[in-house]
Design a protein around this ligand. Sequence first.
Ligand code: TYM
Length: 339
Amino acid sequence: MLTIWVHPLGLAAVTRVLSGIQPSGELNLGTYLGALRRFSQGSGDDDSYFCIVDLHAVTVPQEPAQLRARTLSTAALYLASGLDPETATIFVQSHVPEHTELGWLMECTASFGELSRMTQFKEKSDGREFVSAALFTYPALMAADILLYNADRVPVGDDQKQHLELARDLAIRFNSRYGAVFTVPEPDIPRTAARVMDLQEPTRKMSKSVESPQGTVLMLDPPADIERKFKRAVTDAESEVRFDPSAKPGVSNLLSILGAATGHDPASLAGTYSQYGPLKADTAAAVIALLGPIQERYAALMADPGHLTDILAKGASRAREVAAPTLERARTAVGLLPR
Ligand code: TYM
């Protein structure tokens, strides 16, 4: 049950939390440490909404059967990572049609210029033969995801910072044009492992596109694969273990991962190692210890897909209870005739 602490001035102090992950590939260690792990680490009083953003995934071509399977598998990973469907609302974005409708109003609020400045659009469209219009307007839909729930806090990795800034700007612009409708959200970016890097190319983010399978640790990788990937992780020609992300990206990435997995500060961990080998072995062991229990829970959850779809159906109807009134307020504020 949600406990609501009432501020002396009458303001409820419950924090609304929202975040989402695309079911566009297999979830990796970066997604877990940068975002998913922190979904279940809020205060017990948070009112939380976590969606699987399938409409964002289809901004680039997806194989339909694989998209369906990955959407369900992402839901299972949410639960296996510690989200409790009794206290958090877990749902699929496309099951709540309010997202696309508010997305349209956000497209009307965002300018062409600001969408053109999104670095993720530039990265994702670069070299593609077909670039959908939706890939360009994607950040407006993401703003709608957040603003529909009047989220106060949005746990994300560092690569989503610019999108969050835009969501804030759109909330402020909309409110100033039409009156106070939306809460201006705050990004919540972790101190450690905000940008987990590829183990083979440590100057590039570990990503779902998995152009580098040996550099990407998947959440469902068996322990032997995790060990091998860390053992072969690219470091540098020196031998000093030092936390210095620009001069020593490979070693610093290992220290960040170890730090995030064990709850220690990466810079102070550096002092406890004099060679790369033991650092790699300890990082692999810490990641295996972290992911092992999640993998076990995942297997149990995937054995009962009916239970997962029930949770998602309940989640969608709970999400709509919050999303529908916000959309209605936004529609009215803009001057759309009531339906
Ligand atoms: P997505 O699906 O690419 O990634 C999901 C979350 O994981 C984080 N992340 C990482 N963190 C650290 N190191 C990495 N290598 C790494 N890779 C991924 C991302 O920062 C993200 O938090 N646009 C979003 C999805 C989205 C969303 C939202 C997020 C849609 N609507 C509303 C928050 C709120 C995305 O593509 O994330």
